[in-house]
Design a protein. Structure first.
Length: 238
């Protein structure tokens, strides 16, 4: 896990000397393992940086975050908890794309929290499967071949977003989280079993049976797509 995360951090120059990084916690296995990886790198890396974390309780108090609180204390990472009625908002609006709205709300809240905490970097727990699923979602429902970047700058909040787990498959994270006994906590999301992302995940599993390297190949395509291989050129060259 450390090696893969280290490779992505190096490839995209995610962490710079003196960075103060806020980890966006969900209580799930991905962000908990990300916290452990960054806490370990904080001690091992010659590049010095600081860590803090923020968890958004979107469940109106239904989440049990006691285990997460103890875990972050053990890692010596300060934790801020923000209550936000995201699920109620989506229910009232009868939102057609709840996952998209939830992600946008959460990212905005975390970015603002990072600025208030004097953090210039926000670390998110998106992994390799998330990346491949996002590519499929954009192809199927948006007609575009695109995905989030492992390291990007949000000009409105002046916060850099990093995703150190993008080279790590979800199944490996699951195995490691179980081996380490991480205090995984349910987000109580009412839309978890009925979403476009779940459809993309199921489709990816089926495609993987035909093309076992599909996730790696999608990431390779994101890195290596050339302008002259797309239809954006006004005139094709033979």
């Amino acid at each position: 896990m450390l090696r893969y995360a280290g490779e992505s951090i190096r490839d995209y120059r995610m962490i710079q000397p003196g960075d103060r990084i806020m980890i966006g916690l969900s209580g799930g296995k991905d962000s908990l393992l990300l916290s452990l990886i960054l806490a370990t790198l904080r001690h091992r890396s010659p590049v010095k940086f600081e860590l803090t974390a923020c968890l958004i309780d979107q469940s109106d108090g239904q989440m049990d975050i006691s285990g997460v609180t103890e875990y972050m204390t053990a890692l010596d990472i300060p934790l801020e908890i923000i209550n936000h009625p995201t699920y109620k908002i989506m229910e009232i609006r009868d939102e057609r794309s709840p996952c998209s709205l939830c992600a946008n709300l959460r990212r905005g809240i975390l970015a603002n929290a990072a600025r208030k905490a004097d953090c210039s970097v926000l670390a998110l727990g998106h992994h390799k499967d998330d990346t491949a699923e996002t590519v499929l979602l954009n192809l199927l429902y948006g007609g575009r071949f695109k995905c989030y970047h492992p390291h990007l700058f949000m000009s409105r909040t002046e916060v850099r977003v990093i995703r150190p787990l993008v080279y790590i498959e979800e199944k490996k994270i699951t195995i490691e989280a179980e081996r380490l006994g991480l205090p995984v906590t349910s987000s109580c999301c009412p839309y978890a079993d009925d979403s476009k992302r779940k459809t993309a995940k199921e489709m990816l599993l089926e495609l993987e049976k035909l093309a076992p390297e599909i996730k790696s190949n999608l990431i390779h395509a994101l890195k290596n797509t050339k302008l002259d291989e797309t239809w954006t050129e006004s005139k094709a060259q033979e």
